[in-house]
Design a protein around this ligand. Structure first.
Ligand code: CA
Ligand code: CA
Length: 82
């Protein structure tokens, strides 16, 4: 069972809306540039090494791209840990 599906519907919606904002070019994937903006949103000035490490961590199926569902799972994990 995914972390995302364990969350209440209102929290799922909150995460959906946040991620839609992050995907600026609306291609259903988060590119490094968009990831960099996400970090900035959280007040983190990430280096390119940190960004590529984060991209690797987020790409849970290792296909070289971060898709929306992978980001959803990440934030769902964060919310569940709170
Ligand atoms: Ca995108
Ligand atoms: Ca992936």
């Amino acid at each position: 069972m995914s972390n995302y599906s364990k969350l209440p519907v209102d929290v799922q919606r909150e995460i959906d809306e946040m991620i839609l904002k992050f995907d600026e070019n609306k291609d259903g994937k988060i590119e490094i540039g968009e990831l960099s903006n996400i970090f900035k949103d959280f007040g983190i000035d990430a280096t390119s090494e940190e960004l590529s490490q984060a991209a690797k961590d987020l790409d849970t199926n290792n296909d070289g791209t971060i898709d929306i569902s992978e980001v959803k799972e990440f934030f769902a994990g964060v919310r569940l840990a709170e």
